[in-house]
Design a protein around this ligand. Structure first.
Ligand code: PRP
Ligand code: URA
Length: 208
């Protein structure tokens, strides 16, 4: 299964709070960061460890540390920015690559308007962040851009996924794993996830 629904009670609880129609921008932002932290924790669970010897207060001691892992976090503008601080709390040494995509409201196709990738993508694990996986057009386009630059370990973190997006991502990129706090019911005619969160970008940035 390339899309993994995280069942942890903290994730379920926090995501539930985010669904309230009258939630404030401040609260929505805080919860976005909190859930992002927990998703990052899950998505990095298989990072390899190595043992190194350090001078501990009680003498030389073997400790475990993450083995030579280069990470780039890839927020999809705009809404992905809302998850960035939470993910960086968990992987503070990560470098940041940015992709700008806006979904055309009529066609639902992603329109590319910006990109700025860090180097050595062939050696990095990419953690793409975007609160919403709706049709998955934006996610698929971002994975395409990363693969074109040689990135092979690509993972995605989203708050809510639609079954349509789950199927589309699995079909386009079966090697990419995606962690989500919920797989919801369906997309409506305007391409919004039901029940979903509404427009995540607007809620994070306080627009509209
Ligand atoms: C939203 C969301 C995703 C995309 C998901 O962004 O943050 O990037 O739509 O839809 P898809 O799976 O059908 O591609 P939007 O394009 O509205 O831009 P914004 O982040 O600037 O609000
Ligand atoms: N983008 C959003 O912000 N929300 C949706 O439900 C779908 C796409």
């Amino acid at each position: 299964m390339s899309v993994i629904e995280v069942r942890h009670p903290l994730v379920r609880h926090k995501l539930g709070l985010m669904r309230a129609a009258e939630i404030s921008t401040k609260k929505f932002r805080e919860l976005t960061a909190e859930v992002a932290r927990l998703l990052a924790y899950e998505a990095t669970a298989d990072f390899p460890l190595e043992t190194v010897r350090v001078e501990c207060w009680s003498g030389p001691t073997d400790i475990e540390q993450i083995k030579g892992r280069k990470v780039t976090v890839v927020p999809i503008l705009r809404a992905g920015i809302g998850m960035l601080d939470g993910v960086l709390d968990m992987v503070p040494n990560a470098k940041i690559s940015v992709v700008g995509l806006a979904r055309d409201h009529e066609t639902l196709q992603p329109v590319h308007y910006f990109e700025n990738f860090v180097g050595q993508l062939d050696e990095r694990c990419a953690l793409i962040i975007d609160p919403m996986l709706a049709t998955a057009g934006s996610m698929i386009a971002t994975v395409d851009l990363l693969k074109k630059r040689g990135c092979r370990d690509i993972r995605a973190l989203v708050l809510v996924a639609a079954p349509e997006g789950v199927r589309a991502l699995a079909a386009a990129h079966p090697d990419v794993r995606c962690w989500t706090a919920a797989i919801d019911s369906h997309l409506n005619e305007q391409g919004y996830i039901i029940p979903g969160l509404g427009d995540a970008g607007d809620k994070i940035f306080g627009t509209k």
